[in-house]
Design a protein around this ligand. Structure first.
Ligand code: 6PG
Length: 457
């Protein structure tokens, strides 16, 4: 199998090493010649350089490949994708060649690029998760589309992707650019899980007075059981890291969190589609809020005693609340994928989607087993929902901020307790005559049901 790869940044370089290790012949190009040399050096040290051809010119890359060509783009999302596509057309790519955008691109760009390039080459999209380590040793690969070129390249991707229970974490999840939508939602869930872990840490640290090392030990105990996840494991590792003078590493880091856009797109799409993902939206806004003030973790810790009420949290209950809130983040993300799939007619296969998340990606977790069996089951976990209520109440009582924890509690409560929409319906009709839905799905106005002599002004 012969493949070309454009873009030898961290992800591109590691994916290249993975491909050649698994027997693929690779022609690789980056406009920065140092990146190519670096890759060649690494491939030599791993004994796989014979399958690697570094080229210094994109035209040379196209000429070296036998048609029909398979070209992977590992370039930053945005304009650059189009620039490289244009260069490839100028260099001679043809109608049966397939170019796969593997960056964190917006799925809307994927849809318009498919149209834009339909008479030039096959444009395909694939989201890749797992960071540098994943790309090197087995990422999760969320592909989509029905381009003919997939048949050529799929067997190689199945080999280089992570695997779970001997099943590859590469899949074509649905039609069109749905792979990028799925990757976007993966990242939305990622934001929520990261923020949730940070909130649990904060509650234990400031609300309960525990040290980072003590919190790491709690996370480790949880990880040994059914709560094991990649993000929880890296968080306990981070909390154990100390400087030479025994300062906790986390205390040296500023509180302001950046973002590249996928979390925001998830929130925007959910709002546009009318699908509630409050935990995911809360996580995006939590990042935005960190940027409203310049803070330094160590400085804030000094004032923490004044602004925080100490609370007594039962660790078993906290664990249950954390578990349920985590499951709810996936539930919301999957509901969003389902809704988008319906509205775009993508036919996204949720089972395949979950299979791509089982290993290699950032949101991999042992409890995905439970989710794979039944996404809706989370609403019936009574012990855990009691714990989520109780812990959310204590968290609020501490005076600290818990946007994702409390959004998860609100989400679950909305699904499982009596709603209050009837009064809002009545308010809308009262002032705007917007109509009210009745129990049997009919519509009418308040005045059809009762006489209103004079309205309040
Ligand atoms: C992954 C990650 C990866 C990247 C995100 C981070 O799945 O490997 O999601 O894609 O870390 O882009 O996004 P932010 O910079 O927005 O946090």
């Amino acid at each position: 199998m012969q493949v070309a790869l454009v873009g030898l940044g961290v992800m591109g370089k590691n994916l290249a090493l993975n491909l050649i290790e698994k027997g693929v012949t690779l022609v690789a190009y980056d406009k920065n010649p140092d990146a190519g040399e670096d890759l060649l050096r690494l491939a030599k040290s791993e004994g796989t350089a014979e399958r690697l051809h570094i080229v210094s010119d994109i035209g040379d890359m196209v000429r070296r490949l036998q048609a029909p060509r398979s070209i992977l783009l590992l370039v930053p999302a945005g304009e650059l994708v189009d620039r490289v596509c244009t260069e490839l057309v100028d260099a001679g790519v043809e109608i049966n060649d397939m170019i796969i955008d593997c960056g964190n691109s917006n799925y809307k760009d994927g849809i318009s690029r498919k149209l834009k390039y339909q008479n030039k080459f096959e444009f395909a999209t694939m989201g890749i998760s797992g960071g540098a380590e994943g790309a090197r040793h087995g990422p999760a690969m969320m592909a989509s589309g029905s381009e003919g070129g997939w048949e050529r390249i799929e067997p190689s991707f199945e080999k280089i992707a992570a695997s779970f229970n001997n099943e590859s974490c590469f899949a074509r999840v649905g039609h069109s650019a749905s792979g990028h939508f799925v990757k976007m939602v993966h990242n939305g869930i990622e934001y929520a899980l990261m923020q949730l872990i940070a909130e649990v840490y904060q509650l234990l640290r400031l609300g309960c007075g525990k040290t980072p090392k003590e919190i790491a030990a709690i996370f480790e105990t949880w990880s040994e059981g059914d709560l094991h996840s990649y993000l929880l494991s890296i968080s306990s590792h981070i909390l154990r890291l100390e400087t030479k003078s025994n300062e906790a590493l986390v205390d040296l880091i500023d509180n302001r969190v950046g973002a590249k856009g996928t979390g925001l797109w998830t929130a925007q799409n959910a709002l546009e589609l009318g699908i509630a993902v409050p935990s995911l939206v809360a996580a995006v806004q939590a990042r935005h809020l960190t940027n409203t003030k310049e803070t330094h973790a160590a400085k804030e810790m000094k004032y923490a005693a004044k602004s925080t009420n100490k609370v007594k949290v039962d660790l078993e209950e906290l664990k249950d609340a954390f578990h349920l809130a985590s499951l709810l983040a996936y539930r919301q993300g999957l509901a969003l994928i389902k809704g988008a799939s319906r509205s775009h007619q993508w036919k996204v296969d949720l089972a395949k989607t979950l299979q791509t998340w089982r290993a290699g990606c950032i949101i991999r977790a042992d409890y995905l087993d439970q989710i794979a069996k039944n996404v809706e089951f989370v609403d019936t976990l009574t012990t855990e929902s009691d714990a989520l209520r109780k812990v959310s109440g204590l968290a609020i009582a501490s005076g600290l901020a818990f946007p994702v924890l409390t959004a998860s509690q609100t989400y679950l409560a909305t699904l499982t307790t009596p709603s209050n929409g009837h009064l809002v319906q009545a308010q809308r009709d009262y002032f705007g005559e917007h109509g009210i839905k009745t129990h049997n799905d009919g519509t009418c106005h308040l005045t059809d049901l009762v006489e209103i002599d004079a309205k309040v002004r």
